[in-house]
Design a protein around this ligand. Structure first.
Ligand code: C5P
Length: 237
């Protein structure tokens, strides 16, 4: 897997999404399709975007018993997505089952990553509502180690945690990070944010960027700015 900027296509309909993607004529960005769009439009939206030449991160965050997750992943494997995810809270057996399900007959498998703790989870909530004691960063690290033990490719985490994840699980283990803002753009509802350049410095492998690209007058320029800032230290793109 490479190193790239992923645009979070948080639109509610196929027409809005395709209209947005039509603007990208030179380069076909890696895009993230989440629950909102997938539940609204079904698997056809994935096929359509794939057909247009984009790589796809299907962000459905599966979490169920291992057998159910394996079968669901087998269905998603047929969509030929490039990245998919599960909740690490489902445990090692569930993550292993997800990997088996996502592995195609020829032995290839999309990057499978795990959500450790949602960025909407505070320490208080984790300790008192979820009944998990300790610091959020300790649980994030422990869950990342479980994901690594289950053979997953990486985790979704805050860009501020990317270095910690690599220290715990190695540099090949992917840190896929939302929570990215340009120095001069609003934080919106994101709390622990970094710029694309800082995400690169701290160690993100992929940054997931939504509103700073989708909600601007000129999304193509915003995307190119993101790529330039994130990738300027490296030469993989
Ligand atoms: O618009 P914005 O750049 O905040 O979008 C970030 C994207 O990453 C959204 O699709 C959001 O759901 C997703 N995400 C996140 N924090 C997580 C996991 C996913 O912001 N912990």
């Amino acid at each position: 897997m490479g190193y790239d900027v992923i645009i979070a296509c948080d639109f509610s309909s196929k027409s809005d999404t395709l209209q947005f993607l039509d603007r990208f004529t030179d380069r076909k960005p890696f895009v993230k399709i989440g629950m909102e769009l997938f539940y609204a439009e079904g698997p056809d939206i994935v096929r359509e975007i794939k057909k247009r030449g984009h790589r796809i991160f299907l962000d459905l965050k599966l979490h169920d018993i291992p057998n159910t997750v394996e079968k669901a992943m087998r269905t998603l494997a047929r969509l030929d997505v490039d990245m998919a995810n599960v909740h690490a809270a489902g445990g090692i057996r569930m993550m292993e089952a997800a990997k088996r399900g996502l592995t195609k007959e020829d032995g290839t498998c999309a990057a499978l990553i795990a959500v450790t703790q949602l960025t909407s989870t505070s320490r208080w909530m984790m300790n008192n509502e979820l009944g998990i004691p300790g610091e959020v960063t300790d649980i994030v690290t422990a869950y990342a180690k479980n994901a690594s033990a289950a053979g997953l490719s990486g985790v979704v985490c805050s860009p501020l945690e990317a270095g910690m994840i690599h220290d715990a699980c190695g540099n090949q283990f992917l840190a896929v990070t939302p929570g990215i803002r340009f120095a001069d753009s609003p934080a919106d509802d994101q709390k622990r944010i970094t710029t694309p350049a800082d995400a690169d410095r701290i160690g993100s492998d992929y940054i997931v960027v939504g509103r700073p690209i989708t909600q601007t007058e000129d999304p193509v320029s915003a995307y190119e700015r993101c790529v330039t800032e994130f990738c300027k230290q490296r030469s993989r793109l």
